[in-house]
Each structure stands twice: as structure tokens, then as C-alpha cells.
Design a protein around this ligand. Structure first.
Ligand code: GDP
Ligand code: IMO
Ligand code: MG
Length: 443
């Protein structure tokens, strides 16, 4: 498995950042293919917490090239806040470490402004977005109005595109009583970014091709999760990009055969931030207990994440649409000591069993989940180093999940740190020497 695609199989926040950071030493390149600074990936290294939004979670390993594909939307301000934060923590975030696609679209000042209006206008039906301007930036991309990172290379092109956008948006802004857009001020701001962003800009498709031809291995990194995918998620309660496996090829300009395996990151329970149906949601004390034990607060917006039981119907669907080969199961440690653990094995809709996951929210909101109670494990999982040191009831629970989602678990994450990980037997086991990782952690 030379190149590996890592993505989320639920509604985001599955722990992709931890697993990408853990696996990065086995790859020369980590390439992100969609989303923007709506993402929040928390990585812990020896008790130090680092939160990444736009920059791939491979950045903490010197020598790894981090690539930001054309499938992303980039706020230059957010990008440079993140590089500055990383540099302040001693992490090199220079153009030698990060390549940004010239085809990536820029988030412009009008995007977060119009997003607030559209969320307010939806009222009860709002999406609960991160209000970072992500959706409107992708809207402009599809409307063929977008400003791309590569446009910063020619200031006359940039000036004209900003003028065209301001002219197009002005009537709408006026109608909603928003402040008038000042094309000249916006141009000056982005001309300033042009100078700073210029050294990062590359033809990412060509760069990846060259790297792969020379034998470098690539870890493709997804943000969000399969159920937030624009096409395959619970539309309209989704993000505006292709977070599923297909997005990796279009979001980076690589052929589908460059992806040799897909690792689905799956939380041992379910969380969701923002609005939209959530069949296994626990809007009760148990949900709040899981939330506080799992520290389920958004890394980007600080919002409390909605929590619920593991939903095998949803994860089986995500494994199908992404062609997931193996699962990395995260955060089962949070469930330790909770007693028996219900797992959703099926849905009934209007009294009848459903064959598969309905992505339509108007169906999903009315499904009745069917649960199977699995024996829990009272023991802490944190210190387990090998599958043999995991409690038997927990391993039995993993086997049941594997059957339900029709995909094998290759990695179990038992805590936030790199070393808090157990590899089951699979080809992924050879990627990381956990004994070395643990030894480094105790230095
Ligand atoms: P991402 O968006 O998929 O990268 O996930 P987030 O970083 O937003 O959320 C996952 C949270 O769970 C982070 O705070 C991680 O530090 C934490 N985490 C990851 N894996 C584990 C685990 O196995 N156990 C526990 N207790 N926490 C974990
Ligand atoms: P990571 O990469 C969880 C959710 C928002 C909202 C919907 C649309 O950390 O897993 P947007 O601002 O993208 O238009 O919001 O998508 N959302 C996420 N939820 N984790 C994320 O990223 C998310 N990125 C967006 O809460 O419901
Ligand atoms: Mg997150």
C-alpha cells in the first residue's frame, strides 16, 4: 500500500488528525484535497496540544511535504494565522514545507458576510455552518466567479476579478442592508497576500506526479467526514465539498489509481456539530457524559458536539461510498466503564426495516434505530500496547462492529497521544514502529 487515503466515515471529528500525524513518518508527502478552515484537527504530542485547520496534519514531522490541493478553499488570513502559530511553536511552516495549489479558490471578504445572511434567512432550517465563508466560496467556484490562488500572480487579473465580483454582489448586499463592498480596499488587502502567498504556490498535480515518479509515498488527507460530503452526505446538512474518496482525485489532480488503499477513521460512538438529523443522538445525561469524557467541543467553533451511540448503518454506508479497506477505530477509551454499550444495527422507517442508510434528511429524521446491547468493558484502554492486552469484551465488541460495517479494524486508538494506539494484524501494522513512538514520547 504505497499511497494511502485517510478520511472520516461519520460527521467529522473522528480523530483524523491524530491518525494522520501518527502515520506520517511512513510517507514523504501528506496531501489534503478539500475543505478549508472549517476543519479542526487536534493533535497531541508529548502533552502539547496543536490544532490544525487548513494545513495538513503531517506538518509536525520535519521533512514531510504538506500539500494543499485545488479542492480546498483558502482564507489567506487563516492560512497565515496558522503558519504563524506553528512557527511560534517551533514548527517550520515555510514554503519549503507547504505547497499550495494555484487552482485552490480563495475565501474573499464577501463570503463570510453572505453566509451569515443566508444562515439567518434559513431560520429554523439553518445548516449550522462554521460561518467561515466555506459554502459561499464553493458557490462562487461553481458559478465560475471565484478568485483562485493563482490569480494572485497577476495583479491586473486580481483587480478585475474583484471588480467583477463586487459588481455582481453589490445589489444583493444592498438588498440585505450589508455594508457596501469596497473593491479597492479588498484589492489592496489581497495584493498584500499575493506577495506572502506567492512562494507557496505550485502546480500541485505536477508536483505530486513528480514526487510519485521518484518513489515518494503520499498520504491523501480528507477533512470533514463522509456524511458531510456534498453529494453523499445528509444534504443539505453537509459541507460544500467532496470529502469522500472521489474528492481526492479531483481535489489534487491525480488519477484514481494513485490511491492504493483507503483507511476510514471511525469513532466508537457518533458525534455531529451543527444541524441535521442524527438517529442515534443521545440528548440526555448519557450523551452529555460521553461529550465531557470525550472532550467533544469543536476545535474550530468551540460548539458542544452532539453525541450518540455508534451507528453501524451509517458507517457501513460510508465504507461503501468510499471503498474503505480498513478502519481505524478511535476513542473507545471514552466508553470504558459505561456498562453495556448499545450499537445501532438497523433502521425502521414507517414500520419497515430499511436496507441501507437513507441520506435524505426528511427520511433520516423519522427512522427508528434498532439497537443491540454489547457488553462493555470496565477497564481503561490507555495502557494497552498490543491486541493481546486489550480486554476481551472490548475485542469482542470490535469483532461485532467489523461484522456490522463489513470492514475490518486495523488500528485502535485508545487516547490522544501517538503512542496510545494498537495495531491489529494488517498491512498497515508495518507502517509505524509503535515501540519507537512510545520511547520518543517518554524522552
Ligand atoms: P478530526 O477533525 O477528525 O481530526 O478530529 P478532532 O481533532 O476534531 O476531534 C477528535 C478529538 O479526539 C481530538 O480532541 C483528539 O485529540 C481526540 N482523540 C483522537 N483520538 C482519540 C482517542 O483514541 N481517544 C481519546 N480519548 N481522544 C482521542
Ligand atoms: P473536521 O475536519 C465536524 C459541519 C458544520 C456544519 C456543516 C457545514 O474537523 O472533521 P461549513 O462551515 O463546512 O459550511 O458547515 O458541516 N462541519 C464539520 N463538522 N467537523 C468538521 O471538520 C466540520 N467541518 C464542517 O458544523 O454542520
Ligand atoms: Mg475536527
Amino acid at each position: 500500500m504505497a499511497n494511502l487515503l485517510v478520511l472520516g466515515t461519520q460527521w467529522g471529528d473522528e480523530g483524523k488528525g491524530k491518525i494522520v500525524d501518527l502515520l506520517t513518518p511512513a510517507f514523504e508527502v501528506v496531501a489534503r484535497y478539500q475543505g478549508g478552515h472549517n476543519a479542526g484537527h487536534t493533535v497531541w504530542v508529548r502533552g502539547r496540544k496543536i490544532v490544525l485547520h487548513l494545513i495538513p496534519s503531517g506538518i509536525l514531522h520535519p521533512g514531510t511535504l504538506c500539500v494543499i490541493g485545488n479542492g480546498l478553499v483558502i482564507s489567506p488570513a487563516a492560512f497565515f494565522t496558522e503558519t504563524a502559530d506553528l512557527e511560534a511553536q517551533g514548527v517550520d511552516a515555510s514554503p519549503g514545507r507547504i505547497a499550495v495549489s494555484r487552482g485552490a479558490h480563495l475565501i474573499m471578504p464577501w463570503h463570510p458576510l453572505s453566509e451569515r445572511v443566508s444562515e439567518d434567512r434559513r431560520g429554523e432550517k439553518k445548516i449550522g455552518t462554521t460561518c467561515r465563508g466555506i459554502g459561499p466560496a464553493y458557490e462562487d467556484k461553481a458559478a465560475r466567479l471565484g478568485v483562485r490562488a493563482g490569480d494572485l500572480a497577476d495583479l491586473s487579473v486580481l483587480r478585475e476579478k474583484i471588480a467583477d465580483n463586487v459588481a455582481a454582489k453589490d445589489p444583493v448586499f444592498r438588498a440585505f442592508g450589508l455594508p457596501a463592498l469596497d473593491a479597492e480596499a479588498i484589492f489592496r488587502e489581497y495584493a498584500g497576500w499575493a506577495e506572502k502567498l506567492g512562494p507557496y504556490l505550485r502546480d500541485v498535480s505536477e508536483l505530486l506526479d513528480e514526487r510519485m515518479k521518484r518513489g515518494d509515498r503520499v498520504l491523501f488527507e480528507g477533512a470533514q467526514g463522509a456524511l458531510l460530503d456534498l453529494d453523499h452526505g445528509t444534504y443539505p446538512f453537509v459541507t460544500s465539498s467532496s470529502s469522500t474518496a472521489g474528492g481526492a482525485a479531483t481535489g489534487l489532480g491525480v488519477g484514481p489509481r494513485t490511491i492504493h488503499g483507503v483507511l476510514g477513521i471511525t469513532k466508537a460512538y457518533t458525534t455531529r456539530v451543527g444541524c441535521g438529523p442524527f438517529p442515534t443522538e443521545l440528548d440526555n445525561e448519557t450523551g452529555r457524559t460521553i461529550g465531557s469524557r470525550g472532550d467533544e467541543f469543536g476545535a474550530t467553533t468551540g460548539r458542544a458536539r452532539r453525541c450518540g451511540w455508534f451507528d453501524a448503518v451509517a458507517v457501513r454506508y460510508a465504507c461503501r461510498v468510499n471503498g474503505v479497506d480498513r478502519i481505524a477505530l478511535t476513542k473507545p477509551d471514552v466508553l470504558a466503564g459505561l456498562g453495556d454499550i448499545p450499537v445501532c444495527t438497523g433502521y425502521r422507517y414507517k414500520g419497515r426495516p430499511l436496507k441501507s442508510f437513507p441520506a435524505e434528511p426528511w427520511i433520516l429524521k423519522d427512522v427508528v434505530p434498532e439497537y443491540r446491547k454489547l457488553p462493555g468493558w470496565p477497564e481503561s484502554l490507555h495502557r494497552a500496547a498490543e491486541p493481546a492486552s486489550l480486554p476481551k469484551t472490548f475485542v469482542d465488541y470490535v469483532r461485532v462492529l467489523e461484522d456490522l460495517v463489513e470492514t475490518k479494524v486495523a488500528i485502535v486508538s485508545t487516547g490522544v497521544e501517538r503512542g496510545e494506539t494498537v495495531f491489529f494484524e494488517s498491512e498497515l501494522r508495518g507502517l509505524v514502529d509503535l515501540a519507537k513512538v512510545r520511547a520518543a514520547a517518554s524522552v
